[in-house]
Design a binder for this molecule. Structure first.
Ligand SMILES: CSCCC(=O)C(=O)COP(=O)(O)O
Ligand SMILES: [Mg+2]
Length: 240
């Protein structure tokens, strides 16, 4: 299957789309889980940590939850792969530090980096929209197996600066920020619910169904579908 889109920018989901869910679950999640206790105990007064802990307490309806209880809840959310904003904030703090120390290197499917470089060279702007925090996304692209890819990326969006991924308002907010007309933006994701929300905001969409990913057998309705990025050709307005 080969698909061509006339768009000015592409917005990328990470987990299941550019990168393997298995890597996130098997490498990143344990890395954070093992460090939550120390983060909460030693750095609980840091504003970003304190705010996230308060958000966990609010979400579970336990304003007095102590650090041990919060750590337990974070572990349960990891087990569910729940995309809760405070979990993602706290994971992002730990991962960014792990990437900076050289303890983590991100994962991209073999087709992805080459295609991202081609789209960028062809004048298509690249953005990221992930449940992973902006701090985590920045570290992820800065510490890839092929080095720092941040130069390819024009902007990063998460559930804090854009909103929930299954709500169309988030995609409207991103379009307002990039300055693109909705119909000139393409969203690539592994989750049909996210594609539905992007389409409701007027975006172009393509479902990425990679073998072995949790949503590979999901119902994608009439979203066009690919099994990898090499099946997609993008043409920006200013392409030669
Ligand atoms: C570098 S982000 C790490 C992955 C992650 O925590 C996540 O939640 C990704 O979800 P996505 O929205 O990209 O499917
Ligand atoms: Mg995803």
């Amino acid at each position: 299957m080969s698909l061509r889109f006339d768009v000015d920018a592409v917005v990328l989901d990470i987990e299941g789309t550019t990168s393997a869910t298995g890597f996130v679950v098997d490498v990143l999640y344990p890395y954070a889980r093992e460090r939550f206790g120390e983060l909460l105990a030693a750095r609980g007064a840091e504003p970003e940590v304190a705010r996230a802990v308060d958000q966990v307490r609010a979400e579970i309806g336990e304003p007095g939850a102590d650090a041990a209880r919060v750590e337990k809840v974070l572990g349960e959310w990891i087990d569910e792969d729940r995309k809760a904003t405070p979990l993602k904030t706290l994971q992002g703090i730990l991962w960014a530090e792990g990437f900076a120390r050289g303890e983590l290197v991100s994962h991209f499917y073999p087709d992805v980096i080459e295609v991202l470089r081609r789209w960028h060279a062809d004048g298509v702007r690249l953005y990221v929209y992930s449940s992973g925090s902006v701090a985590a996304q920045r570290a992820w692209f800065a510490h890839s197996p092929e080095g720092d890819l941040l130069g390819l990326v024009s902007g990063l969006y998460d559930t804090v600066n854009a909103g929930p991924k299954q709500e169309s308002g988030s995609y409207r907010a991103i379009a307002a920020d990039t300055g693109d007309a909705a119909g000139r933006l393409l969203f690539l994701s592994d989750r049909p619910g996210e594609l539905d929300a992007a389409r409701a905001a007027g975006w172009r969409t393509a479902g990425v169904r990679r073998a072995g990913e949790p949503y590979a057998d999901a119902e994608f309705g009439d979203h066009v579908q690919v099994s990898g990025f090499s099946e997609i050709t993008l043409r920006a307005r200013n392409s030669s």
